[in-house]
Design a binder for this molecule. Structure first.
Ligand code: FES
Length: 152
């Protein structure tokens, strides 16, 4: 065997070392939402639109919703951001979809973070985008309805 060449079991050692350096701080739900994000896109002619951005990192999130009988009938997101912003935005759409407006307004960044199994200390702020954009989309819907542009 060539000196320095990988030996059987080395791959496991390297992977194990990487995990100890931080990957074990996040669980499978995070990777699932990041690798296969739900409800990506933008609703044509939505009932409500919300945007949120983090000036410190430049990441932003657009959320569009369709409302039927006082509940979120459809929700989509577009995100230009880090992996945590994408994963938590995806999780937020799953939490909010089908909920009444009151229930959706009660969703917090903590709920969103919990839905991906937690975030590292440095990434905790990323789940704020989802909460803020969702609340802004609902506020936009309520404002449009107030102005009579939408049926209740
Ligand atoms: Fe900015 Fe994640 S680093 S939202």
């Amino acid at each position: 065997m060539t000196p320095g060449a990988p030996r059987p079991g080395d791959r496991q050692k390297v992977f194990g070392r990487r995990r100890r350096k931080g990957l074990d701080l996040v669980d499978g739900r995070f990777f699932d939402h990041f690798m296969d994000p739900r409800n990506v896109g933008r609703i044509e002619d939505p009932d409500g639109t919300g945007v949120a951005g983090d000036p410190s990192c430049g990441d932003w999130l657009l959320v569009t919703i369709r409302v039927a009988r006082g509940s979120i009938d459809d929700i989509r997101f577009l995100c230009r951001g880090c992996s945590s912003a994408i994963a938590t935005s995806s999780a937020m759409t799953e939490l909010a979809g089908g909920k009444s407006l009151e229930e959706a307004l009660a969703i917090t960044a903590f709920d969103i973070e919990a839905a991906v199994g937690g975030l590292t200390k440095e990434k905790k702020h990323c789940s704020l985008l989802g909460e803020e954009a969702l609340k802004n989309a609902i506020a936009d819907y309520l404002a449009r309805r107030e102005k009579g542009r939408l049926s209740p």
